[in-house]
Structure formats: structure tokens, C-alpha cells
Design a protein around this ligand. Structure first.
Ligand code: GDP
Ligand code: MN
Length: 373
């Protein structure tokens, strides 16, 4: 099974290899939102299982969230070697001083693992293999013996990297071999491993696990599955957006709104363990749905703590320059902290579901009356 770069990176990280913190996005809107969390330029990377994305135009940079939106739109409509791009990995754009190539795979002819490494990594590695094969160090590992860190350092030395890099690159070779070994990989590869002011970082990651061994690596397999949607989002024909955490609670919110004479515009269940990030996303989602006049957010703190919800709401309201008519009901775990945050931010809230639903319906009627004038 081939792994997407983002899930391969998680596996590499678990063995000690440094990666950038990344975000996976599925739409230009999400890319725009994620981009606002970075202070500098970002890289948007098409997540496909074929290689050579860079050359195929699947790796692009953006300086701000507007650009991120446009580029994400472009990349998400791209096909790379016949494979549709369905999601992107967003990371900070690295300032690259040097690119290295490291790989561990099966040497079928020799019936051993083989480590290949070069101080001239990057997109031209295949070209290099043809024109200057001597620049790629090849080292067969005895599978019956433990592969030791000093052997890895020896490979790094042969790569001809600066003496100060022999030990850190040796370490990464050793860690990459451990990934290969522990995860029953057919290939584990970093191209490029980059040198930055913050040290050595895996800027790309390739991992393929033997299909017959997948049963041993179910957690990694799950990571690699295409994400199902965060939210259950249904557009309805009313004007009050109902958001809740949990399907039951969301439905109850809709019932209450209906009971007091209102009409729900959405059913949006943000799920049980919703983080403050997903609340921001949920709010942005309904606020971009035109018929919505009032947002009714019905949260019961459980796994999701009420203070996290409050932070999410405050952040999302800050994001939206336009005035948002929102009625919030907040109770449950950590409710005091959450309510305090709202009070400090000057955002009103309710504790009773009934009161909150009534208020949302009334607010919506007032807005419509005003608009009718
Ligand atoms: P691949 O073409 O599918 O192997 O995709 P990679 O992830 O290896 O990216 C291709 C190339 O894009 C790399 O060799 C880098 O030169 C460049 N690249 C990728 N990420 C960054 C980044 O964060 N900053 C800069 N400056 N270049 C990057
Ligand atoms: Mn690469």
C-alpha cells in the first residue's frame, strides 16, 4: 500500500525524523483558512500516490491567504499522471540551503535491503542516476544482523556531506532504516531531505508497506485513508443555521427552533470531539450559505470542553469582518471558563436550550422585519 506524503510523514516523525507541521485541506476555502494561520509564505503540495509532482506542477507556493485560495483551486482541479488531486498538504515554505536524497528499499537481485543516498537530492535524482551514478551511494544491509548507527554514519560520510553533517544525516539514515524495518516497507524514502536554518527536515516522504503485512499496521493504514468529512452538513430551506455537537443535540436544536416558529437553514453536526478549529470551520461554512440570517449554536460541553468551544467561536467571529447574528447556548464541561471567555469578549450566551432557541427565532423575525421595511 502506498502512503500519501502527509501520512508517510507522520510515520517518519514517529521514528524521530523531523518534519514540518502540516495541514491537509480538501477545498480552496479550507486552504484559505489554514493559510491565515501561517505568518510567512506557504507551500501547497498535491497529495497523490504518483511521484514527480514537482515537475508536473503539483507543488506551488503562496504568500497570503488569497493566493492560497487561487492556487488550491488550481491544484485541486489538476490530474497528475492520470491521478486526480483530491487533497493538499500545506506547510510553511522552507528556505532550502541544500537537498539530499535518502532511500531504503528491497534489493531483489541481492535479496537484501538496500540503502541509497546522495548529497545531490531533489527533483533531478533520476537524471543523476543516469548521468553520474557514482554520486549515489549504495549500501546493502545484512538482514540477518542489526543495522547499527555507525554503519549509517559511514554511509553519510561516503555521501561527501560536510563533516558537521555526517552524524545528523547518519542518524536520519538510521531512523529511516528503522521505519523500513518496523513497518514492513517495500520502500521508505526522503527526497529531498533539506538543510535549513532549523536543521535537517524531511521535505518529502515516500512510504510503501507490503500489502501482506498491512494487518500489522492498522493505525498507519487508518491515517492514510481518505478522510471522511468532518461534519454532517445539510442545507435546508429556512434561515436559522443550527449547529450542534452531536447529531442528537443538533436535531433537538432544530426541533426547538421549529417549535418556536422558526425555520432551520442548516443541520450541521460538528461531531463529538470537535476542536476549536472545527468550530471555526463550521461557523465559516454556515456564514457562507446565503439564506442564513441567524446562527444558533447549541453546544453541550462533554469531550469538547466548553472553553475550547468559546475560543473557537471568538476566533471565528474575529475572522468574519461582517456582523454575525449569533445565539449561543453553552453548558457542560468547563462551562464557567467558557462563559467567562464570552463575557470578556462581549459575546452574549444562554444556558437554557429553550431560551436560546426562542431568542434565535425572535432575532430572526426582527431582522426580517427590518429588511422588509
Ligand atoms: P515530488 O516532486 O513529488 O518529489 O515532490 P517534493 O515534495 O519532493 O517537492 C519537489 C520540489 O519542490 C523539492 O525538491 C523542492 O525543491 C521543492 N519544494 C518542496 N517543498 C518546498 C518548500 O517548502 N520550500 C521550497 N523552497 N521548495 C520546496
Ligand atoms: Mn520528492
Amino acid at each position: 500500500m502506498k502512503f500519501f506524503e502527509h501520512s508517510a510523514k507522520k510515520v517518519f516523525e514517529s521514528e524521530g525524523i523531523k518534519i514540518f507541521e502540516g495541514h491537509v485541506v480538501y477545498s480552496p476555502e479550507e486552504a484559505m483558512e489554514v493559510a491565515t494561520e501561517f505568518s510567512g509564505p506557504i507551500v501547497l503540495k498535491s497529495q497523490v500516490l504518483v511521484g514527480g509532482r514537482g515537475k508536473a506542477g503539483g507543488i506551488k507556493f503562496a504568500d497570503n491567504s488569497g493566493e492560497a485560495f487561487e492556487i488550491a483551486k488550481e491544484l485541486l482541479s489538476l490530474k497528475i499522471k492520470g491521478e486526480e488531486v483530491k487533497h493538499l498538504l500545506i506547510e510553511e515554505k522552507a528556505d532550502i540551503k541544500k537537498e539530499f536524497f535518502l532511500s531504503v528499499s528491497n534489493n531483489r537481485a541481492n535479496k537484501t535491503p538496500i540503502i541509497m543516498a546522495s548529497a545531490e537530492g531533489g527533483m533531478e535524482i533520476e537524471e543523476l542516476a543516469k548521468t553520474s551514478p557514482e554520486k549515489i551511494i549504495r549500501y546493502n544491509v545484512n538482514p540477518l544482523k542489526e543495522f547499527l548507527p555507525y554503519e549509517a554514519r559511514e554511509i553519510a560520510r561516503k555521501m561527501g556531506v560536510g563533516s558537521e553533517l555526517v552524524s545528523p544525516i547518519g542518524n536520519i539514515i538510521w531512523e529511516l532504516y528503522n521505519v523500513y524495518d518496523k513497518y514492513d516497507a517495500e520502500i521508505a524514502e526522503i527526497n529531498p531531505l533539506i538543510l535549513t536554518d532549523d536543521g535537517l527536515i524531511a521535505a518529502d516522504a515516500k512510504l510503501e508497506i507490503e500489502n501482506d503485512a498491512l494487518f500489522r499496521h492498522q493505525d498507519q493504514v487508518k491515517q492514510n485513508r481518505f478522510r471522511k468529512k468532518d461534519f454532517a452538513f445539510v442545507k435546508l430551506d429556512g434561515d436559522i443555521a443550527v449547529i450542534g455537537n452531536g447529531a442528537g443535540l443538533t436535531l433537538t436544536g432544530m426541533d426547538m427552533v421549529t417549535l418556536f416558529g422558526g425555520k432551520p437553514a442548516t443541520f450541521l453536526d460538528i461531531g463529538g470531539g470537535a476542536s476549536d478549529g472545527s468550530i471555526r470551520k463550521a461557523l465559516n461554512l454556515v456564514l457562507n450559505y446565503a439564506p442564513v440570517k441567524v446562527v444558533f449554536l447549541n453546544v453541550l460541553g462533554g469531550i469538547t470542553r466548553a472553553d475550547d468551544v468559546a475560543r473557537g467561536v471568538i476566533a471565528a467571529l474575529d475572522d468574519n469582518k461582517r456582523k454575525v447574528n449569533i445565539v449561543i447556548r453553552l453548558t457542560g464541561t468547563n462551562e464557567e471558563e467558557g462563559q467567562k471567555l464570552f463575557e470578556e469578549a462581549g459575546i452574549p450566551y444562554e444556558i437554557s436550550l429553550e431560551e436560546a432557541a426562542k431568542k434565535a427565532v425572535k432575532l430572526c423575525e426582527e431582522i426580517k422585519a427590518k429588511e422588509a421595511k
